[in-house]
Design a protein around this ligand. Structure first.
Ligand code: C5P
Length: 324
């Protein structure tokens, strides 16, 4: 038997970074949105845990126990007391080390696929617990949609009233290490004598909720913010040219996605997306360009969110089962 799960990438509409906690993580407040760039993970019963990876950029993805999907499968097996007998095949479309939580997405897909393979109910609390253990963004990758994340990013409040937004993503030639960007953010703050905010706050959250619910991309564009952007631009100064090219071509808002180096552009509609994408390709500032919309559901959304979401594209939810 095999189970295939499709899982979306994310962009952070707001990423507020606070101080370092005793466990080494930073206190965050994030507004996540899932967008229609997908990886697909197929879990097939096998004598032991193994991973294969296909798609773009796969040289940078470990095909062994270090892969986040493999870690997630192993932790889920341990948590529910079964042998981790599964082969995971990952078809990658989400940029690798791009600030779009591709590895976390694969882990979330592996959790849902293995849960189905091993006969767990999809709302079993083990799914969320294992997600939080694997990484800060995995809980959101399970859920998808649009949500506020606090703590390490794993305490989620879904924002279910959300219009449909159009995005363009400029992929960089080389990935960025997330820990390196957080360290650079701390270094820049220390150098400037600016202490991190005590508890980073989404202030006021009501503005975000209203802009999302309105479906007006110009309102949302005015709120986009990423505290890691300065650090990503210090490490990769050329990203400023990428951001500038998209804005010059008519994007309403532009920011580095998460820890980067992918640059995200919020645009008015699909036509504007095509115009901005073409300008970014012509600028030569990036490796390639993708257009997408958000929010889209994550693979566990059906069991964890209310059904009244207005703008969420439910066609993204894709779980198929079949004989191996
Ligand atoms: O949780 P995850 O393994 O995805 O995080 C990757 C790295 O990003 C962490 O090892 C840490 O360096 C940094 N990070 C952080 N604070 C967070 C989330 C991530 O410092 N809240």
């Amino acid at each position: 038997m095999s189970v295939t799960v499709r899982v979306p990438a994310k962009v952070n509409l707001h990423l507020g970074v606070g101080g370092t906690r005793p466990d080494g993580y930073h206190e965050l407040v994030s507004v996540f949105q899932s967008v229609s760039l997908f990886d697909t993970v197929t879990a097939t019963g096998a004598p032991e845990l193994s991973v294969t990876v296909a798609g773009e950029d796969t040289a940078a993805v470990p095909a062994d126990h270090r892969n986040l999907a493999a870690r997630a499968a192993a932790l889920l097996a341990e948590r529910i007391g079964v042998e981790p007998g599964v082969h995971l095949h990952i078809d990658k479309r989400i940029p690798v080390a791009g600030g779009m939580a591709g590895g976390s997405a694969d882990a979330a897909a592996a959790i849902v696929a293995c849960a189905a393979l091993w006969g767990l109910e999809p709302d079993h609390e083990a799914l969320h617990e294992v997600a939080v253990q694997v990484g800060s963004d995995v809980a959101f990758a399970l859920l998808g949609g649009t949500a506020i994340g606090t703590g390490r990013g794993e305490n989620l409040t879904p924002l279910t009233h959300c219009g449909r937004f159009h995005w363009v993503f400029a992929l960089a030639h080389e990935g960025l290490s997330t820990p390196r960007v957080f360290v650079e953010c701390d270094r820049l703050r220390a150098e400037a004598g600016t202490p991190p905010p005590e508890g980073p706050a989404l202030d006021p959250a009501a503005d975000f909720e209203a802009a999302l619910a309105s479906g007006d991309p110009a309102r949302l564009a005015a709120l986009l913010r990423n505290d890691l952007q300065g650090a990503a631009l210090t490490i990769r100064p050329e990203l400023a040219d990428t951001l500038g090219s998209g804005l010059a071509a008519g994007a309403l808002g532009a920011l580095v996605s998460g820890s980067g180096p992918t640059c995200a552009f919020l645009v008015r509609d699909e036509e504007a997306a095509r115009t901005v994408a073409a300008a970014l390709v012509a600028s030569g500032h990036c490796r390639s360009v993708r257009t997408a919309h958000g929010p889209v559901d994550g693979p566990a959304a059906r069991v964890t969110t209310a059904t009244d979401t207005t703008g969420t594209d439910r066609s993204s939810l894709y779980i198929s089962q079949g004989a191996a």
